[in-house]
Every structure is written in structure tokens, then in C-alpha cells.
Ligand binder design. Structure first.
Ligand code: HEM
Length: 528
């Protein structure tokens, strides 16, 4: 002991003393207790055992998707409406009502497929998840940077992710597995055209758009609902990387986007995004050639203009990566009054999945952690009790004996509905397993291609050819077939790169899992 104590200097005396979690001072943090200096260790060595066994449990399971991410904090400031038009006729959500009203936010940007320490230069969608700590409790808007998704039914999510994740045997991300799945999933074409273009590798998180992707609902004070889609536009503009740019960054660093965000905020350059919404009346809209509840589609902005409703500024970094990044938990079910779900089949599936995985990944009391708790004076009052790591009882102030409801002896009561509990359209139908009508898998993908600048198209074609060249012939042929149906020029160019002309794929029949439009059929006839 004496030799350790003698190492301390006068300056050290001002520092707090190291203790264990029981509050016991630690006198020697360098040597375990042994029988003599060279003898065996003893098992009653509580301090050592505590230190090692806590270390052994430092990692929690990483997120099954979006494992790598960066978190920052800031605020959302509402515009109160768009132009002279107030927002109240559309939504009664309090955070949007008043011009200049600020709500604290936490944002987590992420990649999807790689593990916790994987490269941020990956060609991968980026997650864009925002937690609004509103006065009515938390609202999470959990989106991505590409506006659409690979699939439109949540039941396919484990499959699309398995195809994109490393091969279960070689543990390598295999183009053949990815395109095998995608070639049998025509609804993925719109996402693929985006993902394999430069947009698939954002330059960093500050120069990236965000989209809610799924269709939500807004409710006004009369209980009337409207469909809504959300868009985040970066004030700094959008920047992307080609494969070559990404390779150069990745050669020196795997976490450039996390560093860029952290350092910008430390320098006082606070990134900002504007939030815009598109709204659409809640009907089937037979005049559209797509279903408004289909997350493989965007809503054309000329028909459904994007209206700015507020701005978001990120001005604070995390104080601790684990507490505020690993343990932060977002979910699509986390909505406040005035905001609601639609029947989008992905959204409903997502809403189950997030809190389910967080109970497993973080623990059943994950909502008691500071980063996940509501703020802004919101009192959490539940009759949920116990479970691993229950940190406190969240009905402080009421009768502690009454952890049930209803009761005449105290405890919590139900809230009153702001208007009434019946909302949304009346729906009738048979229980069934069916695709939505109007799948129209190619038109928007083709339009997206035509909207690209020349260099973006070239990059898309180059990326597809490079990866498809590594795939089996039937997978290549089917992909060329889909790309020809998407847009002639795209299909011809990728086909040319692979040595597969339209004639070579003209014999392919449509997949059993797809519905073709008249336009698609015309294109098919022209293939030969
Ligand atoms: C994270 C499931 C579709 C955006 C996650 C996680 C799961 C999941 C289990 C990990 C959550 C955690 O461990 O905390 C699903 C399912 C989907 C789906 C079942 C489809 C049915 C989507 C779509 C988007 C999206 C369409 C984009 C609009 C995100 C984001 C995260 C995430 C941004 C990361 C959240 C964070 O930063 O903590 N998803 N997801 N997901 N998902 Fe999804």
C-alpha cells in the first residue's frame, strides 16, 4: 500500500476519490489481492471481481439494424403555419401551433447494415431519427435520407435485412444475395435507383435530407384527419460521394460523419434543417397511379406541395456516447395528440418492432433512462411496475398502495379525450393477405432516373454493373429485365455493361408477386 500512496502528489489531493459502486474507497487499483506477491489470487477479492464482472457486461446487444450512429441535441422551432395560413385546421399538435415555439430534440443519424464500428462511407440508406421532447410527451419521427424504402409490407423486413447483411457462412456482404432478393422484389426498384446513385453515400450527416418515408395522419381540433408526409431539408445543402470519393475517405477513417457532426457543433457551426410537410385528404385517391399508403412511392410535389412548418437546429453534443447514443430508443409508435398512424402496412409493423427490440436490447425499463424520458414538465404516471433496472416508481404523489386502475381509494385516473375517440375513415373488409392495388413498381423509379444529372446516372449505371457482374446469370437477367421496365436508357446501359441485351431477357415472364400496369405491359412487348 505504502508504495501506491506515496505516488500521489499534492495536486492529486483535490481530485475525488475512486470508489466502487457500493461507495467503498478503492485503496489499490493496480494490484489484485494475492497470497504473497507471487501467490494465487483469492476469491473474496470483492473490488477486483466487481470491476471485472461489470466490464464483462459493458456491451449491450447492438441494434439489429442502424447499429452505428451519431447523436446530437438541439431544438425545433415552429413557424405556426405556412405563409399566412395557420396550421390548426390541419393538426392540433401543440408543438406546431405557435410561431417561434421551441421544443427540445435529440437526433440520431445512422447507417443501417454495418455493425457498431463499421464504415460510415458504406453505400447504405442513412437513418434520420428525431425525438421531440414536447409538452404532451415524446414524439419520434424515425425516417431515412432516401424518401422511400425497399418493401411495402413489414412482413418482408427480416428478409430484406438478411439479404443485405453479411452471408451467414462467409460473413461477407454478397451482391448475389442482395440482388437475388431484390430481383424477386420489384417494389425495391425505386429504392435501388436511389441507393446505387451517389445519394446512396451521403458526404456526411450535415449535408443530408431526411424523410418520414411512411405516411402518417394529422388530426385537428374537430377530430378530422388528413394524411401527411414529412421531409427534412438541410440548410447546408445536399452533398454525396461517389465510390471513389468514399474509398478515399475510408482509406483513412471509418467514422468521418460522426466526427464531422461532433466537430462542427463544438466549433459553434450548428447544423440546421427545415421541416416540410405534404398533406393529402384521407381517401383512396383513385386518380393517382399509386397508393398514398405505399412507402415505395413519393407524392409528386407539383400536386402536393411541400410546405415548411419549422426548423431544427442541433447545438449540443452527447455528454456520454453510451448513455445517450447506445441507449436512446426511437419508435414509430411514439406520437403525441394531433399526430397519428395511417394504415400504411410498414408503419404498423414498425410500430410493434421498435419497442419490442428496445425491451430486449436496453431492458424493460428503457423509458426510465434520462435520454428517453419525456421532458418539458411532463409527468409520467403509470401503473407499470418492476422489471430489470426499475429505477423509480413513476406515480410519485399518488397513493403508493394503488398500482391499479380503476380504484375509489386513490391512484391514477384516465385522461379525458381532447375531442372524441373515434377518428379516421370507416373501413370494412375481409381478413385477407393481399398486395395493395396500384403497386406500379417502375414508374417513379424511372422518373427518378430521368431527374438525375448526367454524372449521377453514370455513377448509378457503373455501380449496378460492377455489382451485378458478381451475380449469377439468372439474377443478372432478371435485374436487367426490371431495369428495362424502369427506364429504357437505364436498362439498356446496365444490360450493355453486362453483355445482356433486351433480346436476352424478353422471354422472362412477369413474377407471380407483381401486378403490371398497362404501361409496363407495353414496355414488355417492346423488349424483344
Ligand atoms: C432502427 C425495425 C423500417 C428507420 C430499427 C430497429 C429495428 C427496426 C428493430 C432497431 C431499433 C433499436 O434497436 O432501437 C424496422 C422494421 C421495419 C423498419 C420492422 C419495417 C417493417 C424502417 C424504415 C425506416 C426505418 C422504412 C425509414 C423510414 C429506422 C431508423 C432506425 C431504425 C432511423 C434507427 C433508430 C436509431 O437511431 O436508434 N428499425 N424498421 N426503419 N429504423 Fe427501422
Amino acid at each position: 500500500m505504502t508504495d501506491v500512496a506515496s505516488k500521489g502528489s499534492a495536486a492529486d489531493d483535490d481530485r475525488p476519490v475512486l470508489t466502487n459502486r457500493q461507495g467503498h474507497p478503492v485503496y489499490d487499483n493496480q494490484n489484485q489481492r494475492t497470497v504473497g506477491a507471487r501467490g494465487p489470487a483469492t476469491l473474496e477479492n470483492y473490488q477486483f471481481l466487481e470491476k471485472i464482472s461489470h466490464f464483462d457486461r459493458e456491451r449491450i446487444p447492438e441494434r439489429v439494424v442502424h447499429a452505428r450512429g451519431a447523436v446530437a441535441f438541439g431544438y425545433f422551432e415552429a413557424y405556426g403555419g405556412w405563409g399566412d395560413e395557420p396550421i390548426a385546421p390541419y393538426t392540433r399538435a401543440k408543438l406546431f401551433q405557435e410561431k417561434g415555439k421551441r421544443t427540445d430534440v435529440a437526433v440520431r443519424f445512422s447507417t443501417v447494415i454495418g455493425g457498431r464500428d463499421s464504415s460510415e462511407c458504406a453505400r447504405d440508406p442513412r437513418g434520420f431519427a428525431v425525438k421531440f421532447y414536447t409538452e404532451d410527451g415524446n414524439w419520434d419521427l424515425v425516417g431515412n435520407n432516401l424518401a422511400v424504402f425497399f418493401i411495402r409490407d413489414a412482413i418482408k423486413f427480416p428478409d430484406v435485412i438478411h439479404a443485405l447483411k453479411p452471408d451467414p457462412v462467409t460473413h461477407r456482404q454478397e451482391p448475389n444475395r442482395i440482388f437475388d432478393f431484390m430481383s424477386q422484389t420489384p417494389e425495391s426498384m425505386h429504392m435501388l435507383v436511389n441507393l446505387f446513385s451517389p445519394r446512396g453515400i451521403p458526404a456526411d450527416y450535415r449535408h443530408m435530407q431526411g424523410f418520414g418515408v411512411n405516411t402518417y395522419e394529422w388530426l385537428n381540433g374537430e377530430g378530422e384527419s388528413i394524411l401527411v408526409k414529412y421531409h427534412w431539408m438541410p440548410k447546408a445543402g445536399v452533398r454525396s460521394m461517389t465510390e471513389a470519393d468514399a474509398a478515399a475517405v475510408q482509406a483513412t477513417e471509418l467514422g468521418h460523419a460522426t466526427r464531422d457532426l461532433y466537430e462542427a457543433i463544438e466549433r459553434g457551426e450548428h447544423p440546421e434543417w427545415e421541416l416540410l410537410v405534404q398533406v393529402m385528404t384521407e381517401e383512396e385517391h383513385p386518380e393517382l397511379d399509386f397508393d398514398p399508403l405505399d412507402d415505395t412511392k413519393v407524392w409528386p410535389e407539383n400536386e402536393f406541395p411541400a410546405k415548411p412548418v419549422g426548423r431544427m437546429v442541433l447545438d449540443r453534443n452527447v455528454g456520454d456516447f453510451f448513455a445517450e447514443n447506445e441507449q436512446i430508443a426511437f419508435g414509430t409508435g411514439v406520437l403525441v395528440d394531433g399526430l397519428d398512424f395511417s394504415d400504411d402496412k410498414m408503419l404498423v409493423g414498425r410500430t410493434f418492432s421498435y419497442s419490442d427490440t428496445q425491451r430486449y436490447r436496453v431492458g424493460s425499463n428503457y423509458l426510465q433512462l434520462p435520454v428517453n424520458q419525456p421532458k418539458d414538465g411532463v409527468e409520467v404516471s403509470t401503473n407499470q411496475r418492476d422489471g430489470q433496472m426499475a429505477y423509480y416508481n413513476d406515480t410519485a404523489g399518488t397513493n403508493p398502495h394503488v398500482n391499479y386502475e380503476p380504484s375509489i381509494t386513490g391512484g391514477l385516473r384516465e385522461a379525458r379525450y381532447p375531442t372524441h375517440d373515434e377518428q379516421g375513415p370507416v373501413i370494412q373488409g375481409r381478413l385477407t393477405r393481399k398486395r395493395i392495388p396500384r403497386t406500379n413498381d417502375y414508374a417513379q423509379a424511372g422518373q427518378r432516373y430521368l431527374l438525375m444529372q448526367r454524372w449521377e446516372r453514370d455513377d448509378l449505371v457503373h455501380n449496378l454493373v460492377t455489382l451485378l457482374a458478381q451475380c449469377d446469370r439468372p439474377v443478372r437477367e432478371r435485374m436487367v429485365w426490371h431495369l428495362l421496365l424502369t427506364e429504357d436508357d437505364l436498362g439498356l446501359r446496365v444490360g450493355e455493361g453486362l453483355g445482356i441485351g433486351p433480346g436476352a431477357v424478353a422471354h422472362l415472364e412477369p413474377l407471380a408477386s407483381q401486378d403490371l400496369t398497362d404501361e409496363d405491359r407495353k414496355r414488355l412487348e417492346n423488349l424483344g
